[in-house]
Design a protein around this ligand. Structure first.
Ligand code: PHE
Length: 441
């Protein structure tokens, strides 16, 4: 099939779009990364800065990505080539594909841990274990051995099988089924967590801000997390945007997706912090927080065995809907730009990313380097260039057409243009330059 004949997949409904986009957004970033960043960055102060970034910057950047994707009907690199031929802009596309490589490399390692935890929970391994013993399990499961590598590869293989099958039949179906279920389970966990003695300290930590704890790095971490959690700045949303039907509202899709992701992050915080304080654990525990605390919570629950298994299955599935979106960025690039068949593209992408994944699994500094470089540098830079592109290069007419609802520009069109032309680029640039030390104020 030549490039022109290549028939593009389309999401089948609005619910399908939001389920898939929220499936990409909701993931380990909410359940694993958000709680430990909140813990390490002083609790509520971090949460409020994060919420501000989601609304003021996250939503406009997501909408910009949707516009780029749907207008171009192409992968993230091809999009810039089509929309700005002969310019340097496609470099953003290359950056995006590179970021997808790096994120998926370390993300699939953590996703692999979730598989290992499913096996352990299903074998009733955590029953009657003390928090010290659970910590030992965590250290072994994530330490330098064949185990994290094996489970990472298994997870990547599952991801590849789904991506290979296409957009509508893979991601869309899985997300539609799993997303609502996930909310229900988190609510059950919140109920249990809040009933523990000492839970109120956790609520205070999550909702009572102490702005004296805020440093430059807190702000950069909040910005990085907003981009990471909403899957922004590297073309995942642009890629999904290219599958959105012409008559769907992009604004609604962006708002619903961002709200679902943010609401879910807060719910997870509510499930985790009361328990963290009730167990007398330091909230700044770090990346292991969720994998050490949760098994402990289940031990306190009637029916804990059942909930532990279901929770880790669902944790794995939210991770899966995110890894699919990451792999899809690379696969669509391979299919459309390198003219590979979808199956070949999927295995080449999954294989080469797995090689990097192995490095992340055995070396925690490489892991940390990929994690912080992608979220704190590549994603904000990608987001910055994306809004500049949509605001200044794509032009008002194109944007107006994409934001049309019932034949008229949507009501937010007037605010959107100044936001992406001035406010968003300026805010992202200032936070970013200040945090990497190039600008002091
Ligand atoms: N948003 C996902 C999460 O929160 C991670 C992700 C980042 C997915 C970038 C795709 C692209 O877990």
């Amino acid at each position: 099939m030549s490039h022109k004949e290549h028939k593009r997949d389309v999401f089948s409904s609005k619910f399908g779009i939001v389920a898939a986009a929220a499936g990409s957004a909701i993931g380990l970033g909410n359940i694993w990364r958000f709680p430990y960043l909140t813990g390490e960055n002083g609790g509520a102060a971090f949460l409020f800065i994060y919420l501000f970034f989601v609304l003021a910057l996250g939503v406009p950047v997501m909408l910009s990505e949707f516009i780029i994707g749907r207008k171009s009907q192409a992968n993230f690199f091809g999009a810039f080539r089509k929309l700005a031929p002969g310019s340097g802009w496609p470099i953003i596309g290359i950056m995006g594909v590179a970021a997808a490589f790096m994120i998926l490399a370390f993300y699939s390692v953590v996703s692999g841990w979730t598989l290992e935890y499913i096996v352990a929970a299903a074998g009733n391994y955590f029953a009657d274990k003390s928090s010290e013993e659970i910590k030992v399990f965590y250290d072994t499961a994530t330490g330098q051995s064949w185990r994290p590598i094996f489970f990472m590869l298994a997870f990547m293989a599952i991801t590849a099988f789904i991506v290979k099958a296409g957009v509508q039949n893979g991601i869309e179906k899985a997300c539609k089924m799993m997303m609502p279920l996930l909310f229900v389970i988190v609510l059950v966990l919140i109920g249990k967590s809040l009933s523990l003695e000492g839970a109120s300290k956790g609520l205070k930590f999550l909702f009572q801000p102490d702005f004296s704890k805020v440093e430059g790095s807190t702000i950069l971490n909040a910005l990085g997390q907003a981009f990471f959690s909403l899957s922004l700045g590297m073309g995942a949303m642009a890629t999904y945007g290219s599958y959105i039907n012409k008559n769907e509202s992009l604004g609604q899709s962006a708002i619903y997706t961002s709200l679902a992701d943010t609401f879910f992050a807060v719910l997870v915080g509510l499930a985790i912090f009361p328990a963290v304080f009730a167990f007398g654990i330091e909230p700044s525990e770090g990346p292991g927080l969720v994998f050490v605390i949760f098994p402990g919570i289940f031990n306190q629950m009637v029916g804990g065995y059942f909930f532990a298994v279901i929770f880790f299955v669902l944790l794995a599935i939210t991770a899966l809907t995110s890894t699919i979106s990451l792999l899809e960025v690379v696969v669509l690039y391979f299919v459309e730009e390198l003219k590979m068949k979808r199956t070949v593209a999927t295995w080449v992408a999954a294989g080469s990313i797995s090689a990097l994944g192995v490095l992340c699994a055995i070396n925690s500094s490489i892991f940390g380097f990929f994690d912080s470089t992608s979220s704190n540098i590549l994603l904000p830079m990608g987001g910055l260039l994306t809004v500049i592109f949509v605001g200044w290069v794509l032009g008002k007419t194109v944007v107006r057409n994409e934001l049309e609802e019932d034949g008229r520009p949507a009501f937010y069109f007037r605010i959107f243009i100044p936001v992406i032309r001035f406010l968003a680029p300026l805010a992202i640039a200032i936070v970013f330059l200040n945090s990497i030390g190039l600008l002091k104020f």
